[in-house]
Design a protein around this ligand. Structure first.
Ligand code: PLP
Length: 367
């Protein structure tokens, strides 16, 4: 069976370095808020060219903390609206509703699967305070029009960069395009920890300092609590592991691009819609390789029978989830079509060429 994602194989490449990094933390006797986290924040900051990086417990917290900080700063308040793609992973939406802000769902562009920037302006109201873009599947969602809209309506732009670390728009790294960004280092992400971890990046001094406090019980100074914060810290072991893996991120992303290019060039089954390679290949880091077909179930079964594991990202759109029962009757036809038709093929830095060839052959042979 060709696995959808072989995490063991990915981490085995760096096993010795990873084990040494963990051993160093164990021996140091210091497990939270230490040198490893400092190094990681500096390393990721210079990789991204971002003034601040704040390590937190996971990607959802990174996004939640951005909104929470804007509320503490008086820039947003309960009931304000945030524009967000209807086609996204639930975490993007949870970060908004958890702060009692109102998500305004906007349809994606069927060619990129990302938020349709042309549909933002018609959804802006007097209560809109922010646009959250999600660089879904690893593809940057950005253009000049988005910047102009944000400027015209004085909106914050927040990036959900959980799936797109390393991607670039005009030589600027995703995660530094807007006012603030959330990153996830969930093990299956392009930069994966060996457990949960996340980060916020921003160039805004006040936002950075507020988030740093909010993630540490609302305190800048031990036992002095300025805010009602939470406990969301990246531990030293995860930071040490990420310091090792960050060095290999670009090489791994390059391998993903190589595989994506082969899939796009060589899959020629007319029943399958392939993802579009952006004009500038650096805009995509291929966290997922998502194809579309009206016969999704049949294709998935066929590939399973032929030894290829696939997954669906995602089967149920946020507005159809029980968690958001008030939205269940809303209609987002493009989003719904995507959720009915998408299938993710294996793509990772450790997928072998002969596996890629086998997957392509099997797909092309399906009648
Ligand atoms: C993974 C992911 C998150 C959440 O990250 P966690 O580390 O799992 O909390 C948020 N948004 C998107 C788009 C994701 O893919």
């Amino acid at each position: 069976m060709i696995k959808f994602l072989d995490l063991q194989k990915i981490n085995a490449q760096y096993a010795e370095e990873l084990k040494n990094a963990v051993a160093e933390v164990i021996d140091s006797g210091w497990y939270l808020m230490g040198e490893q986290l400092n190094h990681f924040e500096v390393n990721l900051g210079s990789y991204l060219n971002s003034k601040y990086v704040i390590g937190v417990a996971n990607g959802l917290d990174a996004l939640r903390l951005i909104f929470k900080a804007y509320i503490e700063m008086g820039i947003m308040k309960e009931g304000d609206e945030v524009i967000v793609p209807a086609n996204t992973y639930i975490a993007s939406i949870l970060a908004i509703t958890d702060n009692k802000l109102i998500p305004v769902l906007v349809e994606p562009d069927l060619n990129t699967y990302n938020l349709d920037i042309n549909k933002i302006e018609e959804n802006i109201t007097a209560r809109t305070k922010a646009i959250m873009v999600v660089h879904l599947y690893g593809r940057v969602c950005w253009d000049e029009n988005l910047l102009q809209l944000a400027h015209k309506y004085k909106l914050k732009v927040i990036e959900d960069n959980a799936q797109a670390i390393g991607a670039e728009w005009k030589n600027i790294k995703s995660g530094t395009l807007g006012d603030a960004a959330g990153f996830s280092f969930y093990p299956g992400k392009n930069l994966g920890a060996l457990g949960d971890a996340g980060a916020v990046s921003t160039n805004d001094d006040e936002l950075a300092s507020t988030i740093r406090a909010l993630g540490n019980y609302g305190s800048h100074q031990k036992y002095v609590n300025k805010y009602q914060g939470l406990n969301s810290r990246m531990d030293e072991i995860q930071a040490a592991l990420l310091n090792v893996k960050l060095k290999y991120l670009d090489v791994e992303n390059e391998r993903r691009r190589e595989i994506a290019l082969r899939y796009i060039k060589e899959i020629n089954n007319p029943n399958i819609v392939l993802p579009q390679m952006p004009m500038d290949i650096k805009e995509h880091v291929w966290h997922l390789f998502v194809i579309r077909t009206v016969e999704r179930e049949r294709l998935q079964q066929y590939l399973t029978d032929n030894g290829v594991q696939t997954l669906v990202h995602y089967p149920i759109p946020p507005h159809h989830q029980e968690a958001y029962v008030d939205w269940n009757k809303l209609s987002f036809p493009i989003t719904e079509k995507i959720h009915l038709e998408v299938l993710s093929l294996p793509i990772s830095s450790v997928l072998e060429n002969n596996d890629v060839e086998r997957i392509i052959d099997k797909i092309n042979l399906m009648a």
